[in-house]
Design a protein. Structure first.
Length: 124
């Protein structure tokens, strides 16, 4: 997963929560922590683990084990961070660049013909 994938996922998350102030604050806090490297998210089959400076929390069935999650706050930033990482991991990978390969028949200084292959302009 690249930095570009994280930044794209952050923008996607911002668009999805644009009309909800509480979720917007949560996404912004999660985005800042992810970009700064203060938070580590591990996506699991049934949720995930989020390690932050204050501890490691388990997210399962949409409920976070952090104090805010246990107090009934649905919009803790651990859940937002995990969702951003999930979006980044499921984003399609950029297609690899296909090199331009050409074949030509050339002559050296003695006159014999040579077959030359070029990859992006470089003779091989």
């Amino acid at each position: 997963m690249t930095n570009q994938a994280i930044h794209t996922a952050i923008e996607t998350a911002r668009r999805k929560v644009a009309n909800n102030a509480a979720w917007t604050r949560s996404v912004e806090k999660a985005a800042a922590a992810l970009v700064a490297g203060e938070i580590i998210c591990t996506v699991l089959v049934d949720g995930g683990l989020v390690s932050s400076p204050r501890g490691t929390y388990r997210i399962k069935n949409g409920v976070c084990s952090c104090p805010a999650g246990q107090n009934g706050l649905a919009h803790c930033y651990h859940k937002s961070a995990l969702r951003i990482v999930e979006i980044a991991e499921t984003a399609p990978a950029p297609s690899p660049r296909v090199p331009r390969i050409t074949r030509s028949v050339e002559r050296n200084y003695n006159g014999p013909r040579l077959t030359v292959y070029r990859v992006d302009g470089w003779a091989i």
